[in-house]
Ligand binder design. Structure first.
Ligand code: AMP
Ligand code: MG
Length: 405
């Protein structure tokens, strides 16, 4: 792999990462119910027409429109069509009782809903307003047998699986979940529940990364905490080549004890290690061995969350042959924000929908070590590299992190 050092713009960094991903080549087949959130590995085609046969959209009476007119809108009732029954036959100049979803009897072309008729003995009195061809669902009007419903790389939602189930698909070839090993690095890191020694802090990035990976449907494995020691880091990294991805936090910068980049560079090949973004400038991406992609994310908690969203997420989706775009919406700034231009910045923000419009508040405390504002964060405000900020009321671009506005 080619070494590429220096500062990349956000878009260059995302492109470089996508270009550096070798997508999964293996597939597995799973039953429909286990395919939720998985990425399909083949084109998925309908096995049946939908609707499978002409049927009634309402409870009512099936007739031939021409009979209605000829018989003065009064027809004798002869028989019934139920759901699950084979399609019956409509005798000339009669009406058949029918229920929603029941097959249209042969010869019928119109449904009149039950609310619109009167019954007198075995006679049905129809309204003159009855419209020929109404309340019918036509075979194949939704999709036809053989239609390509999904293309490879589609992440399957509950809606998608409902459609596939209706289309008679029982098993789905999918890409395996990426196996992702996650570790935190740093001599200062302690686990919650243990007393803090002087100079220690409680670790938070590893848990967040593991949980974000699981939310994305990945097979995330906890690789523990590794010390700022080249021997330990080397040993840990060498034992990680069974994974599709390795993600570390911390030690990715250029400090004396920031060894991750150095050790990754020795054992693997680093593709780039700085992106012109804030927070999250020190980030490395590359490969260990032929299979394992690695990300060295920054140690500051907010930086590791932002870089996960900007870089790791699209990489994982690309590995599953999917296509992702950073979701971006227009919003109105609810407060002022001023800064020195230079890097593309992502501000933790509170997004609120008001009268159909999105209002974005840049939260107080934008330091990348500050976790407190995460309580209110449901999106980022994107500030372009050459921008000096924005004023209240101006339009800004936001990246939503949730749909709960
Ligand atoms: P580093 O990237 O290793 O230089 O770390 C930058 C800052 O992030 C330092 O203040 C670290 O103590 C902190 N940090 C590093 N790793 C973690 C972690 N896993 N959880 C919380 N804070 C961390
Ligand atoms: Mg460190």
């Amino acid at each position: 792999m080619r070494y590429r050092l220096g500062m990349l713009s956000l878009e260059q960094a995302r492109d470089a990462i996508l270009a550096g991903i070798t997508p999964s080549t293996t597939t597995q087949t799973v039953p429909l119910a286990q395919a939720h959130g998985r990425f399909t590995a083949r084109e998925l085609r309908a096995q049946v027409d939908n609707p499978a046969f002409d049927n009634s959209a309402m409870d009512g009476y099936a007739v031939r429109a021409a009979d209605l007119v000829a018989a003065g809108f009064v027809l004798p009732l002869r028989g019934e069509c139920r759901c699950g029954g084979a399609p019956g036959k409509l005798a000339a100049a009669t009406a058949v009782r029918i229920f929603t979803g029941a097959p249209m009897p042969e010869g019928a072309d119109t449904i009149v809903i039950q609310e619109d008729v009167k019954l007198e003995g075995d006679k049905v009195i129809f309204p003159k307003s009855a419209q020929p061809g109404s309340h019918l669902r036509r075979r194949g009007e939704d999709f036809r047998r053989g239609d390509a419903l999904y293309h490879p790389g589609r992440k399957l939602s509950a809606y998608d699986l409902a459609l596939l189930s209706a289309a008679g698909v029982a098993e789905i070839p999918v890409y395996p979940r990426a196996r992702v090993l996650v570790a935190a690095t740093g001599d200062e890191l302690a686990a919650p529940g243990t007393p803090l020694q002087p100079g220690q802090i409680y670790e938070s990035n590893r848990l967040a990364t593991l949980l974000l990976l699981r939310e994305l449907g990945m097979d995330a494995v906890d690789g523990g905490t590794v010390r700022d020691d080249p021997v330990a880091l080397r040993a840990w990294l060498k034992s990680s080549t069974d994974y599709d991805f390795v993600i570390t936090s911390g030690g990715a910068s250029v400090g004396d004890h920031d060894l991750v980049k150095q050790v990754f560079g020795e054992i693997g090949a680093i593709k780039f290690w700085k992106a012109k973004i804030k927070p999250g400038k020190p980030i490395a991406f590359g490969r260990v061995g032929t299979r394992t992609h690695f990300f060295a994310l920054p140690g500051n908690p907010v930086s590791s969350l932002v870089t996960f969203k900007l870089f790791v997420e699209p990489a994982l989706i690309a590995w599953h042959h999917g296509v992702s775009r950073l979701p971006q919406l227009a919003a109105t700034a609810a407060n002022d924000f001023r800064r020195h231009p230079g890097r593309t910045e992502f501000l933790r923000a509170r997004l609120v929908a008001e009268n159909g419009k999105l209002l974005a508040t840049a939260l107080r405390g934008q330091g990348s070590h500050m976790l407190g504002p995460l309580r209110e964060t449901n999106g980022f405000i994107r500030v372009e590299a050459d921008s000096a900020g924005f004023r209240q009321g101006e339009s800004v671009v936001v990246v939503p992190l949730s749909t709960e506005f």
